[in-house]
Each structure stands twice: as C-alpha cells, then as structure tokens.
Design a protein around this ligand. Structure first.
Ligand code: G4F
Length: 327
C-alpha cells in the first residue's frame, strides 16, 4: 500500500520540493490548507494536479484530529509558518499560535489517533539566536532573539516532550537558510537575484539593501527536503542541524549575482537604513556533522551554483512576463 504524507505549508518553497520528492517516491501526498487559502494551490505549478488538498483551519484542533483520523498518514511534515522573521515582531502571538499551536495540535492528534505516524517539525537556526559558539550543533544552547525564533523553539520543545512522554516518532530538522528560485522576493537571496536580472534587462536601476555585512549559511532548498525525508526513515527519531557549514556575507551574495550578469554591483546597490536589523553580529553557521555521518547527507548544490541558477531563472521569468517587478 502507498505511504501517505500530510504536509502543512505545502504551497511554500519547501512544500513544493518536498511534494516533488515524495511523489517521485510513490507517496500519496496530501496538503493541509486553510479554507481561505485553497486558491494558493496554483503555486504548486506542475504538481498541483498530483497532490490532494484537504481543507482545514490549522488553528482548529478538532478538525486536525479528524484529518489525521481520516487520512491515517504514514508521515506528517509540519512546514507551515509565517517565515519572514522581521514580520514576527508585528504579530508575536499570531506567530506563536501558527507555529507552536499547529505543532502541538498535530502531535496531540497523532497521540489520540494511536497511529504510528512519524512527525517532522520544521525547526530553524533562529532558535540558536544570540549564539556564544560557532558553528552550532545539536548541543548548542538555544537563545532565540525574536518572536519567530521563540515560537520555533517552543514548537521544538513541544515536539521533544511528546517524543519523550508518549514515545512518538517525532523529530526536528534545525535548518539554516535554504533558498531556490521559488523563494518569495522579500527574502534576501531572491530580492537580489530578481534585482540583478531586472537591472540587466533595464527594468529597474537601483537596489536598496539592508546590512551588507550580515552573514548567513545558505543552501539549496531541494537538498534540504531530502534530509527531512531521511530523518523520518531512521530507526530512532533524532534532531539534526542542517546547513552547509559555510558562511557568506550579503555582500558576497550581491557581488555573485551581479557578476553573473556582468554588472558591477557597486553602481546599483545602496544601503537603506530602514532595512537594517538589530543584533546582526551573531554568526549562525551549521555544524552538520551528525547529518553527514548518520544520514549520509551533504548539500549537493553550492552557493555559487544556487545564485547563478536563481539569476538565470529570474531573467527568463522577467523576459517572458511570468513575473513583474513592483519597484
Ligand atoms: O533572507 P532573510 O530575510 O532570511 P532570515 O531572516 O535569515 O530568515 C530565513 O532563514 C531562517 C533560517 O533558516 C528561517 F528560519 C526563516 O524563516 C527564513 O527562512 O535575511 C537574511 C539576511 C539577514 O541577515 C538580513 O538582515 O540578509 C540580511 N539582509 C540584508 N539586506 C536583508 C536585506 N534581508 C532582507 N530580507 N532584505 C534586505 O534588503
């Protein structure tokens, strides 16, 4: 019998790549989407016809329980989150409810259903926050410094408590920044690749940026969904830090993107102080040794390949009118 995977956040970047991987591996893939967001299934493009959508409000515990009881999933991937970190300051409670609340309600539903469903929690390097050691591993203390990181940490602990208390097969992937051509343009990689393409085509002439010295550990989202799946295929549930272990600055990113279309970034990029964030001196960089050793996982796409590919795809999209620039 086919395995069934339930995915929250299916229409996001990771939801797309994960659905693709699971469909290729013979799973029945069901996305849990709030009733008011049914239309967003079009974001799944070529996969929209291959996945099933179950309409459910993620804040409704009873409805989630009914979904789990009815669909009897082999695996649940909890990816749903308002993932743009600065926005979490505008609605800390809403962020907490969607991130922690959804994880708690799903874990409770698995517990009550008495199924052997395996649960993946999408955790984040933001739970490490104000780090005192770099790189970070599974034993690094958690010190989140924004409502998003705090909510992700609460969800992480809730998952851990359910694993210990009820012996559920549940685990967290503590993922560092992962990007792709499907990343929305408010995130820095896509903002830069779209701008480099737009400027090359003469559709815009300036790019306003925040902190060019900020550094991140960036990988390709397609590589990271592979490890989500591998985490649920092991004998014992365990949390893993997932990243490349390599830091690049935002300046490196800008330079790489503009170089790939033969432009001198310094002629087009300006710093807009309203885009600066506080406390950006912490170096969030992964030590993925455990994932390398236990799951035989390592990233396949380099940062350079990723950015070059994103710029090329943005050039094609702009030329074909598939995306338009708002600036
Ligand atoms: O692309 P970002 O907005 O991603 P951020 O805040 O690191 O969060 C992403 O990764 C986390 C870890 O996996 C996730 F938990 C989270 O959900 C999300 O996916 O910003 C990256 C860096 C920051 O240091 C930011 O200050 O880029 C810097 N930056 C500089 N100028 C900018 C800009 N970021 C944005 N979005 N826009 C700018 O103009």
């Amino acid at each position: 019998m086919n395995k069934t995977a339930l995915i929250t956040g299916i229409t996001g970047q990771d939801g797309y790549y994960l659905s693709q991987l699971l469909l290729e591996r013979g799973y029945r893939v069901v996305g849990l989407l709030p009733p008011e967001r049914q239309g967003s299934v079009v974001k799944l493009d070529d996969l929209a016809d291959q996945v099933e959508i179950y309409s459910v409000d993620l804040r409704d515990a009873q409805a989630l329980q009914a979904a789990v009881t009815q669909l009897q999933p082999t695996e649940i991937y909890n990816l749903a989150a308002p993932s743009f970190v600065p926005a979490s300051w505008n609605d800390p409670l809403g962020t907490l409810d969607l991130i922690t609340g959804t994880a708690t309600r799903l874990l409770t539903a698995i517990r009550h259903s008495q199924l052997a469903t395996r649960f993946y929690q999408a955790s984040s390097s933001e739970i490490f926050g104000a780090v005192q050691e770099s790189p970070q591993s599974e034993t690094t203390p958690f010190r989140p410094k924004n409502p998003y990181g705090a909510a992700k940490l609460h969800a992480h602990w809730t998952m851990t408590h359910h694993r210990e208390q009820y012996n559920l097969f549940a685990c967290s992937g503590i993922l560092y920044n992962h990007e792709s051509p499907r990343r929305p343009p408010q995130f820095v990689t896509r903002k830069v690749t779209l701008a480099a393409a737009g400027i090359k085509l003469g559709l815009m002439d300036k790019l306003s940026m925040g902190n060019l010295d900020a550094k991140r550990d960036w990988g390709f989202a397609g590589d990271y969904v592979e490890v989500m799946w591998r985490m649920l295929q092991t004998d014992t549930p365990q949390d893993y830090v997932i990243g490349t272990g390599i830091l690049h600055s935002v300046k490196d990113l800008v330079e790489m993107a503009f170089n790939s279309v033969n432009l001198d970034w310094q002629k087009y990029v300006e710093v807009n102080t309203t885009l600066l964030r506080r406390d950006e001196h912490f170096q969030l960089v992964a030590d993925p040794s455990n994932a390398n050793n236990d799951l035989h996982w390592s990233p396949q796409v380099t940062f350079e390949q990723l950015i070059e590919n994103m710029v090329q795809i943005d050039l094609q999209r702009l030329q074909s009118g598939q995306v338009a620039l708002t600036e």
